[in-house]
Design a protein around this ligand. Structure first.
Ligand code: F6P
Length: 418
């Protein structure tokens, strides 16, 4: 058979491993020949291709990016775009197509399948948000990159008594944030699936500092949302051909809000495309290879209109329509895992954790009724139980603590452990 291969959407580590595996098994075991369409669907719309043989795939297993290059071209948004794709396949005598991509790329594959094209999909994205599969390749590499970054940020945060906000990718899903946040030991993890209350984030950080940990790591997904504000934080109003805005910027906004509320010096690290670059992890090389092998086998079993998928530890196939119907979001089990290892600000507030508060009324001696007598250490109030029963309001200031930046570390060290 003559088989076309393309890679579409954002690149991701492991794309070359899929291409290599499909070409090797097709060449060695099925006597297939291959053509590579360049720059995603653009290659089919504009008939841009390259020869794809054993020599072309030699040495590419550990390489990031994609030898076929990629783009976010959407043929469905171009005049006669889908028909042009079909014409290019005919012109190149292609019997079947392997499309490697995320939900956008595979939604085009679904449309072409509905028009009679023999197409098989392979799930790619660092976001891990494709339905129908347990994992997409590229995700593990991104999580490892972010985890290493968090480890590095930890030591500098600790050295300076700082709060560090680490902004990660993931679009509308919090998989990268939650996995790397857990792996990196973050103190706060914010994901798009659960809009967050920035006052509670600040209270949590204060609580941690109040028990003697003078730095904090906050991991925030680019698609996370402030509960009190509408919409996503975007870099520009412009949308790509699939209707996605460019996300990014929430890290800086959040850092400002945290510093304003806590008075703790806060910095932001935006990891951006570093998460997509470089060599795939061993896990992703193996997964991508298995997907490539799965896809070529599916072609020879005539399982068209389907996508190779991982379920448990088996490669199976699922309908493209199932994979592209809805995005897969972080599930309750993962959220429970985070809940289990992080402090519960509401519970602690009632149960009597030592909390660092700034409460001008208390500092001048007029304690709100029902509050225990406060202890004041070096200008910082150490408050015992915040109320005698659930629902008693605690005053958590939304203004900066009233001491100079350079004094913060010293003052923080004056706070006793609980
Ligand atoms: O879908 C992968 C992804 O990296 C998202 O996490 C991110 O929002 C987007 O792509 C960035 O796209 P681009 O590379 O076009 O800026």
């Amino acid at each position: 058979m003559k088989i076309g291969i393309l890679t579409g959407g954002g690149d991701c580590p492991g794309l070359n491993a899929v291409i290599r595996a499909a070409v090797r098994k097709g060449s060695f075991h099925y006597d297939d020949t291959f053509v590579g369409f360049l720059e995603g669907w653009r290659g089919l719309v504009e008939d841009k291709s390259m020869q794809l043989d054993l020599q072309a795939v030699a040495g590419i297993l550990p390489r990031g990016g994609t030898i076929l290059r990629t783009s976010r071209t959407n043929p469905a948004k171009k005049p006669d775009g889908l028909d042009k794709c079909i014409a290019t396949l005919k012109k190149n005598n292609v019997d079947a197509l392997i499309a490697i991509g995320g939900d956008d790329t595979l939604s085009v594959a679904t449309k072409l399948y509905d028009k009679g094209v023999k197409v098989v999909g392979v799930p790619k994205t660092i976001d891990n948000d494709l339905s129908g599969t347990d994992f997409t390749f590229g995700f593990d590499t991104a999580v490892n990159i972010v985890t290493e970054a968090i480890d590095r940020v930890h030591t500098t945060a600790e050295a300076h008594n700082r709060v560090m906000v680490v902004e990660v990718m993931g679009r509308d899903a919090g998989w990268i944030a939650i996995y790397s946040g857990i792996a990196g030991g973050a103190d706060v993890i914010l994901i798009p699936e659960q809009p967050f209350d920035v006052d509670k984030v600040a209270a949590k950080i204060r609580m941690r500092h109040g028990r003697g940990r003078y730095f904090s790591i906050v991991v925030v997904a680019e698609g996370a949302k402030f509960a009190a504000k509408d919409g996503l934080v975007t870099q520009s109003g412009e949308k790509d051909e699939f209707g996605h805005a460019r996300l990014g910027g929430i890290g800086n906004t959040l850092a400002q809000e945290i510093e304003r509320r806590t008075g703790f010096e806060t910095r932001t690290v935006v990891l951006g495309h570093i998460q997509r670059g470089g060599s795939p992890t061993a896990f992703d090389r193996v997964l991508a290879t298995r997907y490539g092998l799965g896809a070529i086998d599916m072609v020879h079993r005539s399982e068209f209109g389907r996508m190779a998928a991982l379920r448990g530890n088996k490669i199976i196939s699922v309908a493209l329509a199932e994979a592209t119907g809805t995005n897969r979001r972080v599930d309750q089990e993962m959220m429970d895992a985070v809940f289990g290892i992080l402090e519960d600000v509401e519970k602690e507030a009632v149960a009597g954790a030592v909390l660092v508060l700034r409460c001008p009324a208390v500092l001048t001696g007029s304690s709100p009724s029902g509050f225990p007598k406060p202890a004041i250490h070096d200008g910082v109030l150490l408050q015992g139980p915040m109320g005698t029963s659930a629902g008693v309001p605690a005053t958590i200031s939304q203004e900066p603590l009233p001491f100079a930046q350079e004094d913060r570390g010293k003052r923080a060290r004056g706070i006793r452990e609980d």
